[in-house]
Design a protein around this ligand. Sequence first.
Ligand SMILES: Nc1ncnc2c1ncn2[C@@H]1O[C@H](COP(=O)(O)OP(=O)(O)OP(=O)(O)O)[C@@H](O)[C@H]1O
Length: 675
Amino acid sequence: MPTHELAPDIPTDVLAAEQAHLAESRAALKAMRAHAQSLSADAAGDWVSQQILQSLLDQRVAALADHPDTPLFFGRLDRAPDARDESGEEQAELPATIYVGRRHVHDGHSKPLVIDWRAPVSRAFYQASPADPMGIVRRRRFGYHGGELTAFEDEPLGEGVEIGPSKILTEEIERPRTGPMRDIVATIQPDQDEIVRSTLAQTVCVQGAPGTGKTAVGLHRAAYLLFTHRERLARSGVMIVGPNRAFLSYISSVLPALGEVKVDQTTVAGLLGEHAAPEDPLVSAVKGDARMAAVLERALWLHIVKPTEGVVFTKGAYRYRVADYEVREIVASLRGTTRYNPGRAALAQRLAHMVLVRMEQRGESPDDRVQDAVARSKPVKQLVDAVWPKLTPEQVLHRLLSDPAFLAQAAKTDLTAEEQELLIWRKPYRSWKSAKWSAADAALLDELRDLMERTPSLGHLVVDEAQDLSEMQLRALGRRCRNGSATVLGDLAQGTTPWSTSSWKSVLEHLGQPEGEVTELTLGFRVPREVLDYAARLLPSIAPDLAAPRSLRPGAGSLTIRQGLAIAQAAEEALAKEGSIGVIVPDALVADVSKALADLPHAVLDPDAAEEHRLLIVPATLAKGLEYDHVIVVEPADIVAAEPRGLARLYVVLTRAVTSLTVLHDKPLPEQLAA
Ligand SMILES: Nc1ncnc2c1ncn2[C@@H]1O[C@H](COP(=O)(O)OP(=O)(O)OP(=O)(O)O)[C@@H](O)[C@H]1O
């Protein structure tokens, strides 16, 4: 039992004072915005600088907008007079009281009215505890209704008493879900905060059961890093990679709500190419294996032909010759020391340089322009094309997948004969231009592209549902953060692809971040305990090494299992309650279920549709990462039968519910569930 009752009565004078601080902060924010609006870009010298400055000013004005429905601050810290920061230095310059909110607000004389949640001093709001008060004597959490500050609760940290659960946190978690995902700045938990605030240099990998806040934490870490390393990351960029577009549209407003609008959010397909030709999972599995990297590298370099001729460059009456052995020496010295395309360019330049040397030997004094002209001349170009041919990734992969002898030569002992046979197209495409590529091919093409030309690296990459990525896809993502770091999020139990991983260590290695730290989130914020326990019956079959997940939400009476597919009835029951409804169905049943629900206004999940529907039919393969208040799962046996890792798909589907889960089945339930 908690020994401390949280905010039993709210004293109205204290509440009024806090409301006054809110009003003062709002007015100050308005003044900051008015000031930003009054600034002129005219001061900049030329029109280009003016345009850049104007766009910066516009961004600043937009960032200073006050959204009346969003609390400007959500917490307050009162520090002990002799508070010291972590370095042991006294924080004399800090006010005794700080308000923690979404952004900095000052009163025009640099007195802070609200401090950004990401600032170092705000850390205590998330981390301080009676055991380690971090110099804080009282933490106050505010409750809002609409934009109105209506409540608060206090946690005395200096008195050494145990603190009970926060009602405001409980309410936030219990709140019915409508529309897209919201930020969690007001209620980030200490273990989540550790991850959010880990340093930019550190790659972090988070294993967590469904609903433990992995996605939320990843997005908040991006916002934190952008705040802490604004300039550096503005240059190098931050990117979020999610499993599908439905998921991206669900999470799309979290970062903008935190003031971060310049973050790319995409899928692996969006990044590597929207290729989706159907493919046997066994073939995809071979193509996804990291051994393909060596095969591709050899395949590319096998295109280099041993030079058997030299080059002759004619200028006026003179002929300048580079002998065949000299060409061989140049090629040999370049091979393996550069990427393919720069190597091609370097070969032309080196040949031209030799011609130049010959010219000088003859007493001429050619300059750099002559060298460029020679490098671009017909004989040099012809030789380079013959020896170091111009290639596209598609050309190389087309040859590899249609020519068994070439594949064997490139594969050496890296792939077995059976694997090579699997890789060769049953019906080869006429040319690389007409080839239809699969999702697995997209990662191979990307690998080849990088062997030809270096892929630029971003400053930070957040990869969600990372358990689903192949080794080759991880390599593709890894090169996009090779000069930076990553946040890798996932759940080994939710792996549904032919190449789903069973080890985070291996994920980090293929990502090129072997030093990354693996950490775990264990407390579920979404799924009621009863539902989570039910879904966890599948764990021994899909991820036997994982501990059963825990839920913060008791949710008694949240689970209903019914024989028969009375979908419309279940939907009507859910419609009578508050919140969103997801009817998750085997992909093949989408049309039938839509017919069964014809009398109720509904939609089939469409990531591109702006329109929102309370009642949504969700194909099982798109449910990953999403959540609904009420979930109706139709015919689990078909969801399991539809794909090789169908049981894991069912685990994903059963863990989307915030308030209630209704399982409808005609066919017997999978035996693991019936247990
Ligand atoms: N500290 C928190 N305070 C309030 N809500 C939270 C907190 N952490 C997570 N949540 C909420 O819990 C829900 C689940 O979070 P999230 O989607 O990030 O989990 P996940 O671990 O990515 O789940 P999954 O593995 O199913 O994709 C979301 O609605 C999120 O806003």
